[in-house]
Design a protein around this ligand. Structure first.
Ligand code: SF4
Length: 247
């Protein structure tokens, strides 16, 4: 893993999903096989495989303090093209410092992560009602998680994290995206732990080799995603849970 501390020029970038996105890191240690964010390699000039480099924007909080004074207030997504709670966040605490500033200045925040490290920041997340925290969980089967997301935290830890956030009164969601095999079996374990669920199909080709290796070609077709999305919707409806398609 190659880690480099860098000084970024800006931190609050415009986003197509929410008004803004903050990415305190370039690169992601979770190294998911299907990750669309690997296009960042092109922009950052990195030659290492995705997941084996991270640039740490050590001036992120200083930049944010200046930028929130100048820009129109809007929804901020943490993060978009990295996981804001990847392991390096334990040491650098950039996500935490950015969150503190956003919350102090009453900017709305949407957190999205695969890591229970988000629980470290419960003390500040509790200070606003203008915040949602989501865990991405893509299958109910941890063996499948290990195949697609070997470096990311286990499913049970993510379920525990979302449950605790919810118990602390934070608006929570689970993002089932991309829908991986056995995603439909997740719904029962989310009952009472989330305010809503977001689902999306696999839209990228980076993990095609995984589907080929395991003979799962039929699990990456329009029919498969339609059928699985329907199963998820039915399970949610049975339990009175709010389920939406992504964006
Ligand atoms: S956690 Fe998100 S950003 Fe990180 S590798 Fe996985 S999909 Fe990509």
């Amino acid at each position: 893993m190659k880690t480099k501390e860098i000084h970024s020029k800006t931190i609050l970038s415009s986003s197509q999903v929410y008004d803004y996105a903050i990415n305190p890191y370039v690169g992601c240690q979770h190294a998911c096989s299907y990750c669309y964010a690997r296009f960042m390699k092109r922009f950052s000039g990195h030659k290492e495989p995705w997941g084996e480099f991270v640039d740490v924007k050590i001036n992120a909080p200083d930049l944010l303090l200046k930028e929130i004074k100048k820009k129109r207030r809007g929804d901020v997504w943490l993060s978009g093209v990295c996981d804001p709670y990847q392991p390096l966040e334990k040491k650098y605490q950039l996500t935490r410092k950015c969150l503190e500033l956003l919350i102090q200045n009453n900017w709305p925040v949407i957190i999205q992560t695969r890591s229970p490290l988000v629980l470290r920041d419960l003390d500040i997340l509790n200070k606003t009602e203008n915040l949602q925290a989501g865990l991405t969980i893509t299958s109910a089967n941890d063996e499948i998680r290990k195949i697609f997301e070997p470096q990311a935290p286990p499913i049970k830890d993510r379920l525990r994290a979302v449950e605790q956030l919810h118990r602390h009164g934070i608006r929570t969601y689970v993002m089932i995206a991309p829908i991986l095999p056995e995603a439909e079996d997740l719904i029962g374990s989310l009952e009472g732990k989330v305010d809503y669920i977001i689902i999306d199909r696999m839209n990228y080709h980076y993990a095609d080799w995984v589907y080929a290796k395991y003979g799962w070609g039929d699990k990456k077709t329009d029919d498969y995603f339609r059928m699985t999305a329907n199963k998820i919707l039915i399970e949610c409806k049975k339990r009175g849970m709010d389920c939406r398609f992504a964006y």
